[in-house]
Design a protein around this ligand. Structure first.
Ligand SMILES: Nc1ncnc2c1ncn2[C@@H]1O[C@H](COP(=O)(O)OP(=O)(O)OP(=O)(O)O)[C@@H](O)[C@H]1O
Ligand SMILES: [Mg+2]
Length: 242
């Protein structure tokens, strides 16, 4: 299999920042796949996603952005791989179908697919129970099997709750920002709930499977408009390749 760099910077280390040092905190999907981000409203989920999208846009492979709210990424409207409101369903289906095609006919040099979803819980809660279960099932399959065929999920929601995800086990990386609810704490950081303190927006905790817990600060975006431009270009790029 061809080797791609599936690592991302998610912030800087808080304790080092307090000493004036910027130590990047990186996650690597080849070591621990997928990323779950939970934070109450206004705590910086979409801001962090924008920071990540800027990095993903510069990587080889395909980027899919599913944005249930459809208000934060107006500049991306009309892009081929930008899915807002109910079209989140189409993004999920595309990621799921492409994963299945890849599994049926594995290609050693398949480029990564990064499936980014903002407000997954909002999307689910729009649907009746039966459809919710169907969407959750598809997502669970991608989370379980995607890694092997280079399909990675980055999901943001307000509360990490079993009603929305069938478990966090397949998320190798979890981030919680701001003041987390008890259930989010338990879902994101089951072994460290006693260490979690309320944080201001843009600050919180990162847990990487096999590495443990650290405190992170999401850095300021230097130029949001320029970031949006590269993301726009990336989301307009071609067909999903199986
Ligand atoms: N790391 C950060 N540095 C500076 N400003 C930030 C940071 N994170 C968030 N903000 C600002 O805080 C506000 C809320 O952030 P954001 O929209 O990302 O929250 P959210 O968690 O997505 O909220 P919601 O659940 O309502 O969508 C925005 O105006 C954003 O610019
Ligand atoms: Mg948001």
């Amino acid at each position: 299999m061809m080797k791609f760099d599936n690592s991302l910077c998610v912030g800087v280390e808080q304790s080092a920042l307090a000493l004036g040092l910027m130590i990047p905190q990186r996650i690597d999907f080849d070591r621990a796949p997928h990323l779950l981000i939970a934070a109450p409203s206004g705590s910086g989920k979409t801001y962090l996603l924008t920071y990540l999208l800027g990095q993903l846009a510069k990587k080889p492979g395909t980027l899919l952005l599913a944005d249930f709210k459809g208000v934060d990424f107006l500049a991306l409207d009309g892009c081929q791989h930008y899915y807002k409101h109910t079209a989140v369903e189409n993004a999920l289906q595309s990621a799921f179908d492409t994963m299945q095609e890849r599994m049926a006919d594995p290609q050693p040099d398949a480029e990564p697919i990064y499936f980014v979803i903002d407000e997954w819980a909002g999307f689910l809660s729009l649907h009746p129970k039966k459809e919710q279960e169907d969407y959750k099932q598809k997502m669970a399959s991608i989370l379980m099997l995607g890694r092997g065929v280079q399909v990675f999920v980055i999901m943001a929601l307000q509360r990490a709750d079993a009603a929305y995800i069938s478990g966090r086990d397949n998320f190798g990386n979890c981030i919680g920002l701001g003041t987390l609810s008890r259930e989010s704490m338990r879902m994101l950081f089951p072994d460290d709930t006693d260490k979690i303190q309320p944080k201001p927006r843009g600050r919180g905790y990162l847990h990487i499977d096999g590495k443990g817990l650290s405190e992170i600060v999401v850095p300021r975006l230097r130029d949001r408009e320029a970031t949006m431009q590269v993301v726009r270009q990336k989301l307009s790029n071609g067909r999903l390749k199986a």
